[in-house]
Design a protein around this ligand. Sequence first.
Ligand code: MN
Length: 318
Amino acid sequence: MKKIEIIAIEEHYIDAEINKKFYKSGGNKLESKLLSLGEKRLQHMDESNIDIQILSHNHPGVQNIPNKYAVKAAEDVNNRLLDLIQLYPNRFRGFATLPTQHPEKAADELERAVKDLGFCGAMIHGMPNGKFVDEIYFWPIFERAEELDVPIYLHPGLPHKVVTETYYKKYLETHPMILTAGWGFTFETATSALRLILSGIFNKLPKLKIILGHMGEGLPFLLWRINTSFGERAVPGVEKINIKSIFQKNFYITTSGNFSDAALKASLMEIGIEKILFAVDYPYNESKRGVDWILNTTISQKDKNKICNLNSRKLLFK
Ligand code: MN
C-alpha cells in the first residue's frame, strides 16, 4: 500500500538565541529535543514516518519577554526559522511567533511572516500577558489573520495564577501535570476558545480560522451542552449564539497529544472530517506513537489521508 503522507502541525522547537538571552532555562527536560533541528530533527522524523513538520516555537515564545524587546525578538525568531525551512523546504514549514505585547505590531509581523516568509499562520500561547485573547486589545491580530486568510493556532499556556492558586495548588507538588497537559492546559485553552466565540468576533470576522490542538481541548465532546446553554437556554432578551455552527465553521482541531480513538470519533461526529488535522505535539508526545495510532485507527483510508495531509495542505499551504 502506498505510504500516506504525514504532515504534523503542532511540532515545537526552541530558538537557541532567544533561549540563551531571555530564558536560560536549563529546566526543561526536553530542551535538547526542542533545540535540535536540522539533521537530528530530520532523523527523528524519518524514524517516525513524518514527512513534514510545521514548526512552532515552544511556549511562551517571545510573549513573556520584556515589551521593549518583543517585536525585534519575534522578527529574529521568524527569520531564523525561515533559514531552517529554506535548508529543508520539503520537510519544514512554520507558524510565526508573535510579539503579543504589541498587537498592532504583532499583526504586522504576522503579515510579514505570511507574505515575505511564506509561513502558514501563527501560534499564540495562552494567556498572553495574563489576558484572554478575546479582549479587543488582541483583535488587530485576528483581523489581519482573516485578511491574510491564515489561521491562528491557539496553544495552551499555564493557567492564570489566581486559577492555579484556587484550583490546583493542593496537588501541584504530587501531581504537577494538573497544571499542564493533565488538566490545566485543556481548560484554560477551551475557555479562551469559548470566550472568543462569546465575544462576537466571528460576526465581525466571519472568515477567521482558529486551530485548537489536543482534539479541540475537550470542546467536541461538550458541544451539545454548550450549544444548548448559549442557544435555547440563553437569558431572555440576550442574543442566542449558535456555538455549534461557529465551532463547525471557524474552528479546526488537531490530534496533538490526544491519540484516542474515542475522542477522534466524537470529534468526527461533531466537527467533521474536513476540520481535523494530524499533529503530535513533539517533543511532549512521541511522534511514532502518534503516527502509528492514526495509521491504525479504524477510519477509512480516504479519511486518514484527509487528516494526515489533505486538510493541512488545504488550510496551510498556499
Ligand atoms: Mn504543544
